[in-house]
Design a protein around this ligand. Sequence first.
Ligand code: GN1
Ligand code: MG
Length: 355
Amino acid sequence: MIDTTHINDIFSNFSQESTTSIKPYGDGHINKTYLAETINNKYILQKVNKSVFDLECLVNNYEVLDNYITSNGLSGKYYPPYIKTNNKQIHHIDSDGSCWRLSVYLNDSLTHQLSPSINITQDAGMAMSRFQKLLNSINSDSFRPTIPDFHNPQRRLDDYLDAVKKTKSQNIRKASEEISFANSNTKIAEEMSSIVNANDFNYRLTHNDTKLENILFRNNNYPLIIDLDTVMEGSILFDFGDMVRSITSLAKEDEKDLSKVEFNIDHFEALAQGYFSTIKIDLTDNELNNIYSGVLSVIYIQGIRFLTDFLMGNVYYDTGYAEHNLDRSKTQFKLLQGVISKEAEIAHILDDVLE
Ligand code: GN1
Ligand code: MG
């Protein structure tokens, strides 16, 4: 149930207008998102999940990014503009310490849960590399981790192994196939861990949540990027990997019919072309050599993150039913198997695209 009075009260910190309707919006797993309408305008109002994000770091990062954007005349060119609070801040902190922000809702905008076409896939790749080019131009020193160790493969593996130890035996039974798959593929996270720990591995400012739904497509205009909570130091390997994860499977992340979950090589090719066409010249040898490992590790780690949350009693992701996270982990592992079975074709495509 939405507490409309409370939300209207929050809204008044950003705008003089009165809302005519407030509805839940989108299907993010972490924050609460609402479509707020007034007589003349539509807005996206978000409540940031304070148990997931370090709010101080998050508020800092948004301010640093937005100052860069506005001082370079780029407002509205990469993400929908924020409506500042009466105190000229992006975020309003309410009396419970919850953190809210308001942005413009663009009438001509559209997000996709699944890619409807090869063209959209290629555009998605181009949109994210365009955003990455922007991030490459910003000094990362002032950005702080909103979630420490977010992409630390060893941490994700340790959390998973710990959850297997702690969970109820009935969960072990329900997830026995997924646990056995995860256990026999730990080398994927271990290999990524050694890549991340190598001396020539380079962190850069990245988006860190590049799933297709975080791209806002528009008529006759560049797509915009949303969900900037994890813009912080990360790696291209994870960002490209997460695009592959969310775009090359033509089934939803929680699809129960696993026969629909298949890795689609044509979408992979279009995505790689779109993403790397402009950005490959900016990449280091370490990045160029580890793209495939990045893809494997992002999908594997997303699978064990969902599985961990199922085993821990669904404490992290928003879920609609008790086995939602287990179902999500199944699609990730099925997709991973598809990727592994096409390793040679993937290598061939990457050679062509990156040459
Ligand atoms: C979460 O916020 P949302 O729904 O875009 C998660 C991502 C996962 C994604 C899986 C902060 O993203 O890391 O890849 O779910 N965000 C956080 O759909 O954990
Ligand atoms: Mg998010």
